[in-house]
Design a protein around this ligand. Structure first.
Ligand code: ADP
Length: 497
C-alpha cells in the first residue's frame, strides 16, 4: 500500500449480522467499505464507485446470487469476487468459481478466516497493480526510446551536411540524404556495404578507413575531395572509441565548400589580373627613372634631386617585387608552377643562385658560403623555376635580415636516402619564438627597430611553403632573437628505399 492506494471492498449480504461482522473485520484493514443488502443495491453501487473486491452471498432474496455474479463480471471483469456461501450452496459456489469468482468462504466463518481470504485477495490486487505499473513503465521506456531514435534519425536525415557512419569493419552503417546527393548515389541505395561501394575516390576511401586505426590523438582528420564540375567537398572524420579506446568505427561529415573555393579562385584571378596589368607600367617607370638618375649623376649640383629620385626608384622596385610575388602566388594556386617538371640537380642550381646573390651580400659586406655534399646528390623532380624561387627567397631573406658584415652559410646535405636537406643559417636579427610559425602566413612581417626599414611583401615564405607542400617537402625555422636563424628545407628525391 506504499503508493497510497486504498482498495474498495463491498459486502453484499442480506443478513445484517454478517454485514456488520464483516465491516468490523475490515475496519482493521486500510480500505473503503461499501454495504449492499441485495443484488440490486450491489449493482446500483457499482454504477457509482470503482470497487476492487466484492464479498458476495449467493443466497439472497430477490435477484439470484449467480446472476448478480454474472452482472458484476459484465460490469468490471477485474473485480475479485469472493463468494460467501452456506453448505447448501457449496456446489453453486464451485460453479461461480468456474465462472471466474476469485475465492469462496463458507458460512459460518471465523474472523481470522475472513481476514486471511481478504488478505490473499488484496495481495493479488497489489501484485496485479504492480505488474500493470511495470508494464506501463516498460511501454513508456520503449516509447521514449523509439521517440529518441526516430528524433535522432530525423535530425541526421535533415542535416544539410552529409553524414556517414562506419563500423569497425569499415562498413557504412548510417548515411543521410545529403551524403547520397553529394556522392551522386541512388536515394534508396542500401547501407551495409564497405565504404568503397559508395565513395568513388580511392584516396578518400583510404582516408575514411584509416581514421582511428592509429593511436587516438582526439583530432578531427580532414581532406578535400574534388568532385569535378566545380564541386569541392571538405571531408571531416573522427573515430568512435569504446570505453577502453577500442575502435568502433568513424563519423564522417561532408561539407560542400564549392562556393568558398569559387570565391578563392575569383580572388586569385583578380589579383593575378591586377598584378599583371601593374607589372609593365611599373617596370617602365623603374627603367625611365634609372635613366634620369644616370643623367643627373653627370650634372653637378643636383644631388638633392638625385636622392629624391633614388628613393622613388627604390619604392618602385618594392612595388615591382610585390607584384612579382603576387603573380608567383597566383601561379602557385593555379598549379602552374609545376608545368615544366624536370630532374633538378640541386647543387648546380644552388651554385648558380649563390653566384647571383653574391652582389647582394657584397653590398652589405657579408660573407656568403655554400657547402655541398662530397658525392653527387640524387636529383629532385620539380619545376626548376619553383625550386629557384624557394632557394632565392630563403637565402636572400637571410642576407636581408642580417646586418652589415654578417655571415650566411648555405649547406646542402644528402646523407639520407630519399631526401635532401638544405640549411640556410645566418647570424642576423633572429625571430621571436612566438613569431616563428606566423612568418609563413601571407603578408606577415615582423617590424621592430632593426627590421622596420627593410622592404618586403610578406609573401616570400608563404610562396616557399606552398611550393614545398606541393612537392611533398617541408620548411621549418630555428631561431634566437639577436643571434640568428637557421631555415631547414627538406626535399624528397627519387632514390627512396
Ligand atoms: P618579406 O621578406 O618579403 O617580408 P617573407 O615572407 O619572406 O616576407 O618573410 C616574412 C618575415 O619573416 C619577414 O618580414 C621577416 O620579418 C621574417 N624573416 C624571414 N627570414 C628571416 C631571417 N632569415 N631572419 C630573420 N627574420 C626573417
Amino acid at each position: 500500500m506504499s503508493d497510497g492506494w486504498q482498495p474498495t471492498i463491498m459486502v453484499v449480504d442480506d443478513e445484517d449480522s454478517i454485514r456488520l461482522a464483516v465491516e468490523r473485520i475490515l475496519t482493521r484493514i486500510d480500505c473503503k467499505v461499501l454495504m449492499a443488502a441485495n443484488g440490486q443495491e450491489c449493482l446500483g453501487l457499482l454504477d457509482r464507485d470503482k470497487v476492487d473486491i466484492i464479498l458476495l452471498d449467493l443466497k439472497m432474496p430477490g435477484m439470484d446470487g449467480m446472476e448478480v455474479h454474472q452482472r458484476i463480471r459484465e460490469i468490471d471483469d477485474s473485480i475479485l469476487v469472493i463468494i460467501i456461501t452456506g453448505y447448501a450452496t457449496i456446489e453453486t459456489a464451485i460453479e461461480a468459481m468456474k465462472q471466474g469468482a476469485y475465492d469462496f468462504i463458507p458460512k459460518p466463518f471465523e474472523a481470522e478466516q475472513l481476514r486471511l481470504v481478504i488478505k490473499r485477495a488484496l495481495d493479488k490486487l497489489y501484485l496485479t497493480r504492480e505488474t500493470e505499473r511495470l508494464e506501463e513503465e516498460r511501454r513508456n521506456t520503449l516509447f521514449d526510446l523509439a521517440t529518441e531514435k526516430s528524433r535522432t534519425r530525423s535530425i541526421v536525415e535533415a542535416m544539410p551536411n552529409g553524414v556517414m557512419v562506419t563500423n569497425s569493419q569499415g562498413q557504412v552503417v548510417l548515411m543521410n540524404q545529403a551524403v547520397r546527393e553529394q556522392l551522386g548515389l541512388d536515394q534508396d541505395c542500401e547501407i551495409g556495404q564497405a565504404v568503397a561501394s559508395y565513395v568513388p575516390d580511392q584516396d578518400l576511401c583510404s582516408f575514411v578507413t584509416s581514421v582511428g586505426q592509429g593511436p587516438d590523438s582526439g583530432e578531427v582528420s580532414t581532406c578535400e575531395l574534388d568532385m569535378g564540375r566545380e564541386v569541392t567537398l571538405l571531408v571531416k572524420a573522427r573515430p568512435i572509441r569504446g570505453d577502453h579506446g577500442e575502435h568502433h568505427g568513424s563519423v564522417v561529415v561532408f561539407v560542400d565548400i564549392s562556393a568558398i573555393r569559387k570565391l578563392d579562385r575569383l580572388k586569385s584571378e583578380f589579383v593575378a589580373k591586377v598584378s599583371h596589368e601593374l607589372r609593365s607600367p611599373l617596370s617602365t617607370i623603374h627603367e625611365q627613372m634609372a635613366m634620369v638618375i644616370q643623367d643627373l649623376l653627370e650634372q653637378e649640383g643636383l644631388i638633392q634631386d638625385q636622392r629624391i629620385l633614388s628613393r622613388v626608384q627604390e619604392r618602385t622596385k618594392g612595388l615591382i617585387n610585390l607584384v612579382e610575388d603576387l603573380l608567383d602566388l597566383s601561379k602557385l594556386e593555379a598549379g602552374a608552377a609545376y608545368q615544366n617538371v624536370d630532374d633538378v640537380q640541386v647543387e648546380d642550381l644552388l651554385t648558380r643562385l649563390i653566384g647571383y646573390l653574391r652582389d647582394q651580400a657584397q653590398g652589405k659586406d657579408q660573407e656568403l658560403n655554400l657547402y655541398l655534399p662530397s658525392k653527387q646528390a640524387a636529383p629532385v623532380r620539380a619545376d626548376p623555376k619553383a625550386l629557384e624561387s624557394v632557394f632565392t627567397n630563403v637565402i636572400s631573406n637571410a642576407l636581408k635580415y642580417t646586418p652589415q658584415q654578417g655571415r650566411v652559410d648555405v649547406t646542402l646535405k644528402a646523407d639520407q636516402p630519399g631526401k635532401l636537406v638544405l640549411l640556410v643559417a645566418d647570424n642576423g636579427y633572429g625571430i621571436d619564438e612566438e613569431e616563428q610559425d606566423r612568418i609563413f602566413e601571407r603578408f606577415y612581417r615582423i617590424k621592430d627597430e632593426k627590421t622596420r626599414f627593410i622592404t618586403g611583401s610578406g609573401l616570400g615564405l608563404p610562396i616557399v611553403k606552398g611550393i614545398l607542400d606541393d612537392l611533398g617537402g617541408s620548411i621549418r625555422v630555428q631561431s634566437t632573437k639577436g643571434e640568428g636563424s637557421t631555415f631547414e628545407i627538406v626535399l624528397p628525391t627519387e632514390d627512396r628505399g
